[in-house]
Design a protein around this ligand. Structure first.
Ligand code: ADP
Ligand code: ZN
Length: 736
């Protein structure tokens, strides 16, 4: 369990105390624990007889370098989160448990040239086991010690071979990152080889004019901190731009950190990186085993990994030789951690870049309004790539007015006709469903009631194939009963879920192959990769999916994208819902028509004349962003103001409001230039039987807001109300 604040200890060892950022063993209560040295204060408020000495240092060199430690302390203050939890979030589990950074987690062996030259049958005559070991290593390039042991070889035999110089320890393979490698996909590269390719590498494409301009703009800046916003439409070649930058850093012996929103969704990118950068690559994401994570972290720490690719928490990767940071899909909400230490990896990446004094590139086809405003006000350098690679051009976008056309199972007649036309031409179709609030619910037409969770203010969703109902907020499951418990009538599943839409498509197009891609599918290991492969290879005719489809896949044969329902976003109550809808529509539209096939996008909606949709139909995300920024300014929402939320929840509704009312009155008492709103019920008021509410603090400037938040946090610590609820401070919330 990480602890809130720092604790003071006495250094009684010989010589200087361990440096800040190094781990030490310390007594804590009746037990020993591992701590990180934060600094070396000359004085303490503890009485001398309560000050305990450090038991022993663990590291000679800090595991957390100065820059990283500083960033973490800054983050702890900015997000008003205890430093102990922040440090524990940043360190891989094995390091928290005291594992050394000097040794690999496990030995991995390979043959030396001399070992490879040994004739195995000759060795076998004198030393059968040694020959077996050589033989194993001949067949597989590297083998972990534990695998050799499992094959029945003793440590003594392995040791003897090492003494002879026939085998040697080596770095584990970079492939042990838990991501299924994807090959193919990008095989056909138009354009000739521009640079002499490394042996075995694929030739690099000639850069387009836009790519060259972007690269030159970045190179032209003085070295050091600079933020670039690379706004390029999907498939404009953004990735290619930053891969060139990575190569330059690598050749100069420097490290690059590349953040991506979700790794399991981008096997194509991982494949591309591995082919290009091989051993220099380390991957950090939440699906890794502790061992693999430790190993990737350690390789970055030792500068063996010079391209560190990872999701959110990889923003805390060690970068002793940093040269560049890139945040791909910088608008993606996945960069915000939504529980515990609620940080934004995108924002912390900018903070780190500044501290490291290196350039940072934020890339997106649909930049966040925060970043876009920074670019408009020239704090960020805006680089535009408005054209797609290849001859296809941007897809045509139009709306289908749901007020004028019948729709069955979520599919309107004009959409069905379009699907038919594209399929008959031998092309693929992609249908997108907004995930939230759009799963099928059980509805009784007789008594007009829908099945509720009972613990949450949410409806149960139907998973017909599994014969179950599920609450997507708290995870409660129940048997699916088609008859209504109130009147006994047969109920209907209302609302088009991916499954219902794909069932409907199956009966409309019985001889076509239809695939589904959503959270349910991706939960099964390997299923995601299979679905993506089948779409890529052309086996699948129609793919139906949720938000997961918006992430950077390259589906070259998809020419029609249908957005089944856009209205959730238009009717949203959150200040970010329009921005999210626009991003989703543009991203998913980007899947239509790649290379030489022109694409078409249709949006089904009840609001075809909504100004926001109009901007998107004109394919002008920049125009949309300016419009939306104006609206936010009028309403004084971020980025025109700064927001902090005090969230609280408990089974006892009254306890939640008692706590928040006290927070509110304390806030109002001390507020200067800060608006205090609430308490108000959270948009989803009840989850798993807990009542949720919040207080909103809003200010034009950050400083008074943070001062106030700090003051309330300190003041509220001893209150009895504080102990009766679960609470959290959310700085720069993703939504309300
Ligand atoms: P983005 O990141 O903007 O979506 P990518 O860099 O992934 O775009 O490029 C889209 C596709 O075009 C990829 O398959 C990539 O290999 C290819 N590509 C990128 N740059 C070029 C180029 N200059 N010439 C030809 N093909 C390119
Ligand atoms: Zn529930």
């Amino acid at each position: 369990m990480p602890l809130a604040d720092g604790f003071d200890y006495l250094w009684t060892g010989a010589g200087a105390p361990p440096p800040a950022g190094a781990r030490v063993r310390v007594p804590f209560g009746t037990r020993e624990r591992i701590g990180i040295v934060l600094d070396h204060p000359a004085a303490t408020t503890l009485p001398a007889n309560r000050l305990k000495p450090v038991i022993k240092p663990i590291d000679r060199h800090p595991v957390l370098g100065d820059e990283l430690l500083e960033t973490l302390r800054w983050a702890s203050e900015y997000y008003h989160h205890p430093i102990g939890e922040v440090l524990s979030h940043a360190l891989p589990a094995l390091l928290r448990q005291g594992r050394s950074l000097d040794e690999p987690v496990e030995r991995v062996w390979r043959l030396t040239a001399e070992g490879a030259a040994q004739p195995i049958d000759r060795v076998a005559r004198r030393a059968r086991q040694q020959a077996r070991c050589l033989d194993l290593l001949k067949r597989q390039e590297r083998v972990a010690q534990s695998d050799l042991r499992r094959a029945g070889l003793t440590a003594a035999i392995i040791g003897r071979l090492a003494t002879k110089g026939w085998i040697e320890p080596c770095e584990p393979e970079t492939g042990s990152d838990g991501v299924e490698p994807a090959d193919g996909g990008n095989a056909a590269q138009p354009g000739g080889a521009a640079e002499a390719p490394a042996p075995g590498a694929e030739p690099l494409p000639d850069l387009t004019a836009d790519q060259t301009r972007a690269l030159e703009a970045i190179r032209a800046q003085d070295p050091g901190f600079n933020t670039f916003l690379l706004h390029g439409v999907t498939a404009s070649g953004k990735t290619e731009v930053f891969l060139r930058l990575v190569r330059e850093q690598l050749d100069a012996g420097r490290q690059t950190l590349l953040l991506v929103p979700e790794i399991s969704l981008t096997p194509q990118l991982v494949g591309r990186l591995r082919r290009r950068f091989g051993e220099a690559l380390a991957i950090l994401h939440s699906g890794l085993t502790d061992r693999d994570r430790h190993d990737a972290w350690r390789r970055a720490w030792r500068q063996q990994a010079r391209l560190v690719v990872g999701t959110r928490s990889a923003v805390f990767a060690p970068l002793p030789a940093a040269g560049l940071i890139i945040v791909d899909e910088e608008h993606d909400p996945a960069y915000k951690q939504e529980r515990g230490f609620r940080y934004s990896a995108r924002d912390l990446a900018v903070v780190r870049a500044r501290r490291l004094d290196v350039p940072i590139v934020l890339a997106s086809a649909t930049p966040s309004l925060e970043s876009y405003r920074n670019a408009l006000e020239r704090r960020y350098r805006l680089l535009r790539m408005p054209k797609r690679i290849g001859a296809a051009g941007v897809p045509a976008v139009r709306t289908i007015d749901l007020n004028q056309h019948v729709s069955r199972h979520g599919l309107s007649t004009p959409l069905v006709a379009l699907i038919d036309r594209h399929l008959k031409r031998g092309e693929q179709v992609l249908l997108f469903l907004n995930r939230r609030g759009f799963a099928p619910v059980l509805f009784c037409p007789e008594c007009a009631s829908a099945e509720e969770c009972g613990r949450c203010d949410a409806r149960m969703t139907v998973h017909a194939r599994a014969g179950r109902m599920r609450c997507h907020h708290c995870g409660r499951e129940a048997m699916l009963h088609w008859s209504c418990p109130a009147c006994g009538n047969e109920r209907l599943a209302v609302g088009a879920g991916t499954q219902r839409v794909s069932d409907a498509l199956r009966s409309l197009f019985p001889e076509r192959r239809i695939a589904r891609l959503d959270r349910d599918v991706s939960r099964t290991r390997g299923a995601l990769a299979t679905v993506l492969e089948e779409v890529e290879s052309g086996e699948t005719d129609i793919i139906v999916g949720t938000q997961m489809l918006t992430k950077g896949h390259d589906f070259p044969r998809v020419t029609l994208v249908g957005i089944v329902n856009a209205d959730q976003g238009l009717l949203g109550t959150d200040f970010r819902s329009e921005e999210r809808l626009a991003q989703t529509i543009v991203q998913v539209a980007g899947r239509a028509g790649r290379r030489d096939r022109p694409g078409q996008v249709v949006i089904q909606t009840h609001y075809p004349r909504h100004p926001l949709l109009a901007a998107l139909v004109d394919q002008d995300y920049a125009a949309f962003a300016r419009l939306a920024l104006d609206e936010r300014r009028l309403a004084e929402w971020p980025p025109w103001s700064h927001v902090a939320l005090w969230r609280a929840e408990a089974h006892d509704r009254e306890a939640v409001y008692r706590f928040l009312r006290r927070i509110g009155s304390t806030a109002r008492e001390h507020a200067e230039d800060v608006q205090v709103l609430g308490p108000a019920a959270a948009p989803l008021e009840r989850v798993a039987g807990r009542h949720r509410a919040q207080i909103l603090l809003q200010a034009a400037r950050r400083a008074p807001l943070h001062r106030l938040v700090g003051l309330i946090a300190d003041a509220s610590r001893p209150w009895p109300e504080t102990r009766r609820v679960r609470w959290a401070i959310d700085i720069d919330p993703n939504g309300l």
